[in-house]
Write a protein that binds this ligand. Structure first.
Ligand SMILES: NC(=O)c1ccc[n+]([C@@H]2O[C@H](COP(=O)([O-])OP(=O)(O)OC[C@H]3O[C@@H](n4cnc5c(N)ncnc54)[C@H](OP(=O)(O)O)[C@@H]3O)[C@@H](O)[C@H]2O)c1
Length: 240
């Protein structure tokens, strides 16, 4: 497989290139600074390619989608921070080529979200609390993944209200989903969803040990797209 890696010099891009090399595939590296063996723009490369994996910056969405559509290349859009308009661009582009988009490329987290949905349906009356932990350099809180997990609960309980942190003199309301963020050290990413009733507690938890898992997920998604027609795909499609 020949894969164009956009953002190839970044932390995630480097992981993707390493995995491609390990599996005997070829990485075509693109990063805006360019350099030795690195194209400075997608439009600088028109050679053989089977797919594009993007771990760069959300503001490049239009250039990225235009390039993939023009070259009929499947796209794994793994970058985060897309605005609704940029996401709409990708979705529109997916009418021409297969596009895979996820703010969390971990197959394990996708499975966690599915299990959370099931637990929320079975334990309809349980109190739900979500706790996430990340390294001390992360700017945003709570994580997009914590919100995605809250949405998974809400899909089964539309009356849910998100409560970010908790302090002061307020009793917990039954429809609350408490969302709590911890920032410390070098934690790659942990997400825990707790369902509590008067008689039992169920805890569903995912721990990422290595950022490589996101690169692995992106490669799995790229291989998946090779078998698909145009469409807007997400982790749930990958799980089957
Ligand atoms: N979906 C997931 O599971 C997942 C997991 C991890 C990370 N991410 C996301 O993936 C993105 C990259 O993460 P990272 O940790 O690898 O960041 P990073 O280390 O900052 O790497 C991003 C790379 O892309 C380059 N770049 C920026 N804008 C570009 C553009 N318009 N076109 C081409 N290259 C561009 C950057 O160059 P400069 O250094 O010159 O800015 C940098 O080399 C972020 O949005 C991050 O949140 C997603």
């Amino acid at each position: 497989m020949n894969v164009i890696v956009n953002g190839a010099l970044g932390r995630m891009g480097q992981q993707v290139c390493r995995l491609l090399a390990e599996s005997g595939d070829t990485a075509i590296r693109v990063d805006r600074v360019g350099g030795d063996g690195v194209y400075a723009a997608l439009s600088d490369y028109d050679g053989p390619a089977d797919a594009v994996i993007d771990f760069s910056h959300h503001t490049g969405a239009k250039e990225l989608m235009d390039y993939c559509a023009a070259r009929k290349l499947p796209l794994v859009a793994a970058t985060t921070g897309y605005t609704p308009e940029e996401l709409a661009l990708l979705e529109a582009g997916s009418k021409a080529v297969p596009v895979f988009q996820s703010f969390n490329m971990s197959v394990g987290v996708a499975l966690l979200a599915r299990l959370v949905k099931e637990a929320a349906a079975v334990f309809g009356g349980a109190d739900v609390e979500i706790i996430e932990a990340h390294h001390n350099r992360k700017a945003d809180a709570p994580s997009g993944t914590a919100l995605m997990l809250a949405d998974a609960v809400k899909s089964q309980r539309p009356e849910s209200q998100y409560v970010f942190g908790r302090s002061g003199q307020h009793k917990r309301q039954p429809n609350e989903i408490g969302i709590h963020a911890i920032r410390m050290g070098n934690v790659v990413g942990e997400h825990e969803v707790i369902f509590g009733t008067d008689s039992q507690t169920i805890t569903l938890k995912h721990q990422a040990h290595d950022r490589a898992l996101f690169a692995e997920g992106a490669l799995t998604a790229a291989r998946f797209l090779l078998e698909q027609g145009p469409g807007f795909y997400h982790m749930d499609d990958l799980l089957g």
